[in-house]
Ligand binder design. Structure first.
Ligand SMILES: [Cu+2]
Length: 311
């Protein structure tokens, strides 16, 4: 090789060296950027006034709109999704146990980030497990995981709505009507299903789904409609059921009364659902304590309403 040739090669090598030194970091960064751009970003805001986690932009101007759509993010199998959670008001807790997410506490004024890379398709529920206010029980929804290019699977939720803002029943409404309104307005239906039909899944719950309540009459040993009618009539007339022991209106009234008291107690005190897998987490949907939120009469009204339901 001539000396000239060697010089040219050396110059080129130096230029390539300098070029690489300058550009490699950019190349590396752009690769990084490229990888980042493949991450799906999901912005969720917890809104107490609306009782939802929403993907909509929430700010001081629209906060009181109260009709933000419940988020229903659609993710892809094997693709990383970055969740960015905010709160528009109070402390919320985001929990999607079936996806291995949370519970994550979200404080107003802070953004909480985490990433999920779902391994299987399906519809996964998310919950808010901080009792953050009245519409809290509606703060649920679904995360859909699909395979790229496949049609979106449909699930059963969300139950979101403005149920807690409904006008109260008219003053002359009877006990059963008030019970029906309370069942809705207090959000019992978000866990026990519309008209107490059940079917709402509860992660790691021994019974799988939150119990239906439309067969409560049978549980209280009222096996035919006539008996239900007699008992509800007594309740409507404002009679204290205890005062009926002397002249029982239905057969085996004592057994009914004992069951009635235990259901009342359960509603007042709440109940922690049993776990299916004892090493797993507590099921996210717990029967709340209603002592402070329902009066004695209101609990009676709800029970009277539930007695009138039939599967
Ligand atoms: Cu909440």
């Amino acid at each position: 090789m001539s000396q000239k040739m060697a010089e040219i090669v050396a110059v080129f090598a130096t230029l390539i060296g300098i070029g690489a030194t300058i550009f490699l970091p950019f190349v590396y960064q752009s690769r990084h950027l490229f990888r980042d751009s493949d991450i799906q970003v999901i912005n969720l805001t917890g809104v107490n006034s609306a009782g939802t986690w929403t993907e909509e932009e929430v700010n001081g101007w629209n906060y009181w709109r109260r009709d933000f759509a419940a988020a229903r993010p659609v993710l892809n199998v094997g693709r990383t999704a970055r969740f960015r959670l905010k709160s528009a008001d109070v402390i919320h807790t985001f929990y999607a146990p079936a996806l291995g997410v949370g519970p994550v506490q979200v404080y107003p004024g802070h953004v909480v980030e985490f990433e999920v890379r779902p391994a299987q398709r399906g519809v996964f529920q998310y919950y808010c497990t901080t009792v953050c206010g009245m519409p809290h029980f509606g703060m649920r929804g679904e995360i859909v995981v699909q395979r790229e290019g496949e049609a979106v699977t449909t699930g059963s939720l969300p139950t979101s709505g403005k149920y807690w803002l409904e006008p109260p029943p008219p003053a002359n409404a009877n006990l059963v009507e008030r019970g029906q309104w309370l069942f809705h307005q207090k959000g019992c239906f978000t866990c026990h299903g519309p008209e107490g039909r059940g079917g709402v899944s509860n992660w790691n719950y021994v019974k799988g789904t939150v119990p239906a309540l439309n067969a409560l009459a049978e549980r209280l040993m009222l096996f035919d409609r006539e008996d239900v009618k007699v008992i509800v009539e007594q309740m409507e007339s404002g009679k204290n059921l205890n005062s009926l022991v002397a002249s029982p209106p239905v057969a085996r009234f004592n057994v009914f009364l004992a069951q009635y008291r235990s259901v009342r107690d359960l509603i007042r005190k709440g109940s922690t659902p049993g776990k299916k897998d004892p090493h797993g987490p507590v099921p996210p949907l717990e029967m709340p304590t209603w002592d402070q939120r329902l009066s004695e009469v209101e609990i009676d009204a709800v029970i009277a309403y539930l007695l009138t339901l039939q599967p």
